[in-house]
Ligand binder design. Structure first.
Ligand code: 4AD
Ligand code: MG
Length: 463
């Protein structure tokens, strides 16, 4: 069988030819003239293929009634120019095979628009909707473009572990991994407890592959990791998941300016790629979800992002006279309302905020000469806020030791991380780009639960 996307990209080649397509019936309309029209979608693209059925054909007559919304079919026929305005071609059916019939009275996906909340309860069927289908194709293209970008820039893909003993971000939002049963966990004291545990020590699902990526950057020069990461943040927001995907490049002999330039090239490359290869899906989101979408994507492609220091950002927010719920103050994290002000009102494009206060950021970031700030960068985009967090890493052993002591990081557990600074240490930097936040940005979808096939949030781990 042919994919509908392939047929529609090559209509002149298939005109008048016999083709076979397989997919799911979206709708059926029976006209009085003895003709029925099916809209068939096979997931390869947003567009349905119109199938025309002559009901008096003996092999079709009995079947037509059973071609209900949601049913899976194989259609054989001739591709012909369509007299209709909505499509250039249609498939004149000669034969139809019904694979799986759907009871229209019970099928949860009715012809109306369903709420995203409802669709989440039927995650086994929601990829058959236009929105979730388009999201899945965009996630695919985005992942492919990210790999292509880093490969073309000479980065090696490194597979960092999922189970780990380190808590890179030091925020304590980790999921424990243990083979002990709850009673054992309750009754054993620490040492005897871990003696029975699989790894003989506390282990977690990774919150970031960065620390291991640093090891490989200090051996291969430029690497990236791209995988799932886990955070037990108990925050029920539209931008947080307990399981999300992150791409994390790390490069040696490079500083914060190189990091900013890499992030800039990465965003431009990937957005240009999407504008070229996912145009139909993006247009769908521009039409039904976020009217300003295409303009904001083109702006990313054409303009470099604004770079300002944290201190400048705080001053700007203070001067803005916006009625923030939390007034900006030097030493406090930027709130999402602050991020939105910077990207939507002050600059109207992506903004990279750099040099954050040392006490706001994790232990591994390089301390600046002022002793108060670190060489951090957060890239913020309109509507979504932070999509990239990165930094130059502390490559000086003594300064790293000071940072670890200051933040109560175990010197024993991270001895290897310190030792990396003793043998051929070098300036290096990297960042993490959250795939789901990026998908939110390029689709305009407001809730992060809609941009991942099976969202994990507090209380939700179904499917
Ligand atoms: O800013 P974060 O926490 O940075 C790190 O983890 C660094 N170790 C990355 C590095 O330098 N290699 O996370 C990076 C990005 C955020 O900017 C955001 O896009 C995404 O990961 N992110 C989340 N996405 C969804 N749900 C969550 N709970 C997220 N937490 C972070
Ligand atoms: Mg961050």
């Amino acid at each position: 069988a042919l994919r509908i996307a392939h047929i529609l990209r090559n209509t002149s080649a298939f005109q008048g030819k016999d083709v076979v397509v397989q997919g799911w019936v979206r709708t059926r309309r029976d006209s009085k003239a003895g003709i029925s029209f099916l809209e068939v979608n096979d997931g390869s693209c947003l567009t349905n293929l119109q199938v025309v059925l002559e009901r008096d054909r003996p092999n079709l007559a009995a079947l037509v009634e059973r071609l209900t919304t949601g049913s899976s079919v194989e259609v054989r026929g001739t591709l012909t120019p369509s007299p209709g305005k909505r499509q250039s071609v249609e498939l004149l059916a000669r034969d139809i095979l019904l694979y799986g019939w759907t009871d229209p009275a019970r099928y949860p996906l009715q012809k109306k628009r369903h709420s995203f909340e409802f669709l989440r309860t039927i995650a086994h069927l929601r990829p058959r909707t236009n929105t979730l289908g388009a999201v899945a194709r965009i996630r695919n293209r985005l992942s492919y473009a990210l790999h292509t970008f880093f490969q073309e820039e000479g980065f090696f893909y490194v597979h960092t572990p999922i189970i780990t003993t380190s808590d890179c971000e030091g925020a304590g939002d980790v999921f424990r991994v243990t083979t002990l049963n709850p009673t054992e966990l309750e009754h054993a004291n620490d040492e005897s407890l871990y003696a029975q545990d699989f790894f003989h020590k506390p282990t977690f699902l990774t919150v970031s592959g960065q620390l291991q990526a640093e090891i490989y950057a200090l051996a291969l020069g430029k690497v990236y990791t791209f995988g799932p990461t886990f955070r037990a943040e108990n925050s029920n927001t539209s931008r947080h998941l307990a399981e999300f995907w992150m791409v994390e490049p790390e490069m040696a002999f490079a500083d914060l300016d190189d990091d900013l330039a890499l992030a800039q090239r990465c965003l431009q490359y990937v957005v240009s790629d999407l504008l070229e290869h996912s145009w139909d899906d993006l247009q769908f989101f521009a039409r039904f979800v976020e009217p300003g979408l295409l303009e904001s994507l083109k702006a990313v492609k054409e303009q470099p992002f604004e770079v300002i220091s944290y201190t400048e950002a705080v001053n700007l927010l203070k001067k803005s006279k916006e009625p923030f719920n939390f007034p900006a103050e030097w030493g406090s994290d930027l709130q999402s309302e602050h991020e939105r002000y910077l990207t939507e009102k002050a600059f109207r494009r992506p903004v990279a905020v750099i040099n954050f206060p040392r006490d706001l950021k994790p232990f591994y970031m390089r301390v600046n000469d002022d002793g108060k700030t670190v060489a951090a960068m957060d890239v913020l985009v309109p509507r979504v806020g932070e999509i990239i967090g990165g930094s130059q890493r502390e490559e000086r052993r003594d300064m790293l030791l000071e940072q670890m002591n200051r933040k109560g990081i175990s010197l024993e557990s991270y001895a290897w991380y310190l030792e990396l600074r003793e043998y051929g240490s070098a300036p290096h930097c990297g960042f993490g780009l959250g795939l789901e936040r990026f998908v939110q940005f390029v689709t305009g979808l407001g809730n992060i639960r809609e941009v991942i096939p099976f969202p994990r949030t507090p209380g939700h781990a179904d499917f």
